[in-house]
Design a protein around this ligand. Structure first.
Ligand code: SF4
Length: 339
């Protein structure tokens, strides 16, 4: 599903003197986030508040705050949800143990796990069934990694930092596979794979890319514009893995400076000193309204020219969770989606 960078025409772009903004496309909401947010909104509309959501439905402060105002109660664990109540599982996925706990407590559940995360869960199950050791490249403590590892905890070993490669213990070097979190840096993941291959030459690759189309596409777009940027502003939250990776990719690809902000108001005036070209992008959990506010903020400071740098056109959509679809009813007074 990864789209290759197309000709972005950067070389032909007018390099006139003066301030300008390069706006990455694709940016912002991916299909999995869109589905998860709409799931919670439709659940509110169909069943009425309160709706419980385990963890942040997506890693974005604005989205979470807006849904909280509409009657969503975010909890860390299912044991905080009253018996028999409705709980939505977030886009990052949950382990079978969480499903089991919800069943035990008689909770009604809607699973908003992104289908591309579910795909990785299925790969873990398949390789565990075939008695492989599974090396999961990902960030320790991230919810997605906890959910994915939880599919076969006895077979999965997490590889996060370079030094983790030496700690891996394998039973049979001919039966070892690497899988990954969906929101990693494409380049760093391949570095980790190369390291692992030095220890395990027969290491198998995932049947298809685990880093999802949205993560890869946003990184390609940033790479295309970064060499021209004195500063790249990534809109996204501190706990958003794919947003943080965009800052790193921007710097690695040649941007002189790059920062992550939740809101326009967090842009430090000092970052803008001596800057001509500002690149702007956003993580996969960020509504575009926040990017528009950043553009407005920059426009008020003289960055009026905005050129979009397009490296892919995304058309991916996912159907809403089955548990919700069966109960959906039209409500003309439904709130607008958080966008
Ligand atoms: S970033 Fe990728 S895996 Fe995560 S929700 Fe979006 S599409 Fe799904």
């Amino acid at each position: 599903m990864t789209s290759s960078p197309q000709d972005t025409d950067l070389a032909d772009r007018t390099t006139e003197q003066g301030k300008r903004v390069l706006l990455a496309k694709p940016r912002g909401y991916c299909a999995g986030v869109d589905r998860a947010v709409i799931t919670v909104e439709k659940a509110l509309e169909t069943y009425g508040p309160p709706i419980y959501v385990r963890k942040e439905i997506v890693h974005n402060r604005h989205v979470v705050d807006t849904l909280r105002e509409r009657g969503v109660i975010f909890v860390d664990e299912t044991d905080e949800v009253p018996e028999g109540a409705l709980v939505v599982f977030s886009a990052h996925g949950v382990s079978p143990a969480v499903h089991e706990e919800a069943r035990r407590r008689n909770l009604r559940t809607i699973d908003a796990t992104c289908p591309l995360v579910t795909k990785v869960h299925k790969e873990v199950n398949r390789f565990a069934r075939d008695d492989y050791d599974i090396l999961l490249i990902g960030h320790e403590g991230h919810e997605e990694v906890e959910g994915t590892s939880g599919e076969a905890p006895e077979r999965v070993q997490l590889v996060d930092k370079p030094e983790d490669v030496e700690k891996v213990e394998i039973r049979d070097p001919s039966k070892v596979v690497w899988l990954s979190q969906t929101t990693l840096s494409v380049d760093e993941t391949m570095e980790r794979v190369d390291q692992l291959k030095e220890r395990f030459p027969d290491l198998q690759a995932p049947p298809s890319d685990d880093i999802c189309y949205a993560t890869s596409n946003r990184q390609y777009a940033v790479k295309a514009m970064a060499p021209e940027c004195d500063l790249v502003i990534v809109v996204g939250s501190q706990n958003s893995s794919n947003s943080k990776r965009l800052v790193e990719v921007a710097l690695q690809a040649g941007a002189s400076d790059a920062h992550l902000v939740d809101y326009a108001a967090q842009i430090d005036e000092k970052w803008l000193e001596g800057v001509t070209t500002v690149g702007v992008t956003s993580g996969a959990s960020v509504p575009d309204v926040l990017v528009m506010q950043v553009l407005e903020h920059l426009s008020e400071r003289g960055w009026n020219q905005v050129d979009e740098v397009t490296t892919a056109n995304e058309k991916v959509t996912f159907a809403l969770p089955r548990e919700l679809r069966k109960d959906l009813k039209e409500n003309p007074d439904a709130p607008k989606s958080v966008r």
